[in-house]
Design a protein around this ligand. Sequence first.
Ligand code: UD1
Length: 464
Amino acid sequence: MEGGLINLSSGLPDAKVVPNADSSVLQIFGGHRLHGHVKISGAKNSALVIMAGALLCSEDCRIRNVPLLADVDKMGQVLSALGISLERHDDILDINASEIKTSKAPYELVTQLRASFFAIGAILARLGVAQMPLPGGCAIGARPVDLHVRGLQAMGAEVQIEHGICNAYVPGNQRRLKGAKIYLDTPSVGATETLMMAATLADGETIIDNAAREPEVIDLANFCISMGAKIKGAGTSKIIIDGVPKLHSTDYKIIPDRIEAGTFLLAGAITRSEILVSSLVPEHLLPVIAKLKEIGVNLVEEAPDCLRVLPTDNLQATDIETFPHPGFPTDMQAPFMALLTLAEGDSIINESVFENRLRHASELNRLGADIRVKGNTAFLRGVPMLSGAPVLCPDLRAAAALVLAGLAAQGQTTIHGLHHLDRGYDRLDVKLQQLGAKIQRVSATGTDMEFIKNIGDSKVQIST
Ligand code: UD1
């Protein structure tokens, strides 16, 4: 894969590089129970931002537990384009950013991957200058970067947005950002991460108030601390960073992906199966576990990092509203909607983090669900069964929702638009096969291509 990661080998069977999603579809023959054990991969949102964080260090960084994802590969391509050396072996990624050859990130890549914009904080901290294309619009909402920009300005950067490029530089001979007191209007994950990275090498103390508290923010902080950064309070709404002149080499293992873990718990629940999900952190999944228990799913903690889902016959309806962590995660909203289509009674789901993140509802209705959407609220009436149909993934988390629904639906479901799925789930189809699911990735036929053309997936959509 030119300019991307060098993938030497991998842990799961059949793993090569991320599969070619453009020419394939997933066929699921649903209505079958799953069984066995699945191990959760490293967190996508940690991996992406920690790769950006490696730019802060001029020595070797070894990152472990890196998931095999198209987004990780794209982030690798962004770093390669900046002149950074990367080498991947299984789930280990070695990055050496001793020399950042250019401060200008490539337009074609940054516009496809929002997380790559977060590297602006690290590039600016290292070089005193950065040119980063705006990440652009997205299917799930407008997703501006004003909080990132205002925070960098508070730290002394001059920032101008011209022709879609965010040009930032630090005036003065030393080109070093200055510590600042920053209040975020909303606890944005990306802005917290951008500003935390920028502050690690700044002159003096930075305080980020109303910071995001997501586990991936803590993971980035721990990664930076492992390189010698002085950061306190990550995981609370007040993060204090005392800038240091330089960071050193590290060997760091990223946390498990809580969204992948939650998705597998739901896979067990929606197929009324018993499965064991290991390498997860239950504490990161509290709102998801609480909702699962509330609707009648039996979960047993087998070990501190293992949850067993037991078969449940009667799922009960519930209401969900998404919030920043520790509230119910927006990234689990679509998968949970798939589960609630089969619950007894009426459920209401309100998406309060992003303004356009209910597009999976109409695809779930294709499978026989009964969902009405008004604004940011979905009204569900539980149905006794779903039935297989061709469907199209509108975004990453919606893709997981459709796979879950396909596992439960009677007959064959064909899932199109797999590029969304492969961005954020480490070989989901292979892991489900290992659990006994009747799921296979096959080449798209002429009929499949016709389906995509008719439904239309023309928008450029970037990853969450
Ligand atoms: C991250 C996650 C994504 C998750 C989201 C919310 C990554 C790579 N992605 O996205 O999976 O769904 O957190 O948990 O980590 N906002 C502004 N101005 C800004 C920045 C954000 O108004 O400058 C708004 C957004 O439009 C959105 C809300 O803040 O409505 C939350 O977005 P944010 O937390 O920034 O999400 P991301 O970091 O993009």
